[in-house]
Design a binder for this molecule. Structure first.
Ligand code: PMP
Length: 291
């Protein structure tokens, strides 16, 4: 098998040669940020929005300024060099190597790493039948809006879901659902989409933004407010979203059926519109202006 080519600090190198010093601050302190960008038929899906979010995350943790245009080009090249059709591009920027000391090093040299992998779209069984979730306490910090590589609560939550035979764990803070460990969450109540507002308790998902843009065009009312965990068994629909899973209906939470235990019409409509946008992108059209 031909080795994967990854991008590391300005160079395209075989995977085995992409080595980072043990004292990289990403390794020591999770002192870094990341992005995951979707590609369909080798074409980027909402890459501009992802790169803008990366720029913001980097600024919020006070990383040295990054050249987003150059990074975008390098990302596209990473995908091309690996012949990725449907897949993802992972980009990580850390504050780089320095002797271990909590305060920033005087002259940080960020480590920039990118890898492109094939990743299939969710199958019709997941999309059509929906998935189950569990709830877990939201033990994360109060800057969940930063796409930090510090993901231990998310890792533990996802593992708990896996061990319970569930697809995702939904975080609950102060009695309300914030988001999933790697997804945003939405309910439908009396025909309106209800989702946690964009603040420091959730990641402002690019897919979330796309879903809300689709909903607006479809004339579906949106309410950005917290959903009480006690209301979950009374909602008409529940669904989750992310760059990799797109839109998936949730049919049970903590073993109890949600929305009658079946995917609902609004999730289905969003999936249909999402598919259209995927087709557009796959045929080389940009949908950057859609959101
Ligand atoms: N919330 C969290 C905590 C996530 O990790 C992700 C996926 N990166 C999302 C939401 C969804 O974000 P996006 O739609 O930009 O992939």
């Amino acid at each position: 098998m031909v080795s994967e080519i990854v991008y590391l600090n300005g160079k395209f190198v075989p995977y085995e040669e992409a080595l980072v010093p043990v004292e990289d601050r990403g390794n020591l302190f999770a002192d870094g940020v990341y992005e995951v960008i979707r590609f369909y038929s080798g074409q980027p899906f909402l890459m501009k929005a992802h790169m803008e979010r990366l720029e913001r995350s980097a600024r919020e943790i006070r990383l040295p300024e990054i050249d987003i245009d150059a990074l975008t080009e390098a990302g596209l090249e990473t995908v091309r060099r690996n012949g990725i059709g449907d897949g993802t591009l992972y980009i990580q920027v850390t504050r780089g190597p320095a002797p271990r000391n909590h305060a920033f090093p005087p002259n940080p040299r960020p480590t920039v790493f990118m890898i492109a992998r094939s990743f299939a779209r969710p199958g019709e069984e997941l999309r059509g039948q929906g998935v189950s979730c569990i709830t877990v306490p939201d033990i994360r910090w109060l800057r969940c809006d930063i796409k930090s590589i510090g993901l231990l609560p998310n890792v533990l939550g996802k593992q708990q879901a896996k061990e319970a035979g569930a697809f995702e764990a939904l975080f609950v803070r102060d009695g309300v659902v914030t988001e999933g460990t790697s997804t945003n969450a939405f309910a439908v109540r009396e025909g309106r989409i209800v989702t946690y507002p964009e603040d420091e308790h959730i990641l402002p998902g690019i897919t979330r933004r796309l879903i809300l843009a689709i909903a607006r065009r479809e004339g579906i009312e949106i309410v950005e407010e917290a959903l009480k965990v006690g209301e979950l068994d009374r909602v008409d629909e529940l669904f989750i979203s992310s760059t990799t899973i797109e839109v998936l209906p949730v049919v049970s939470v903590d073993g109890r059926p949600v929305g009658g235990g079946k995917p609902g019409p609004i999730a289905r409509k969003l999936q249909e519109q999402y598919d259209r946008l995927v087709e557009k992108v796959a045929s080389g059209e940009s949908i950057d202006d859609f959101i």
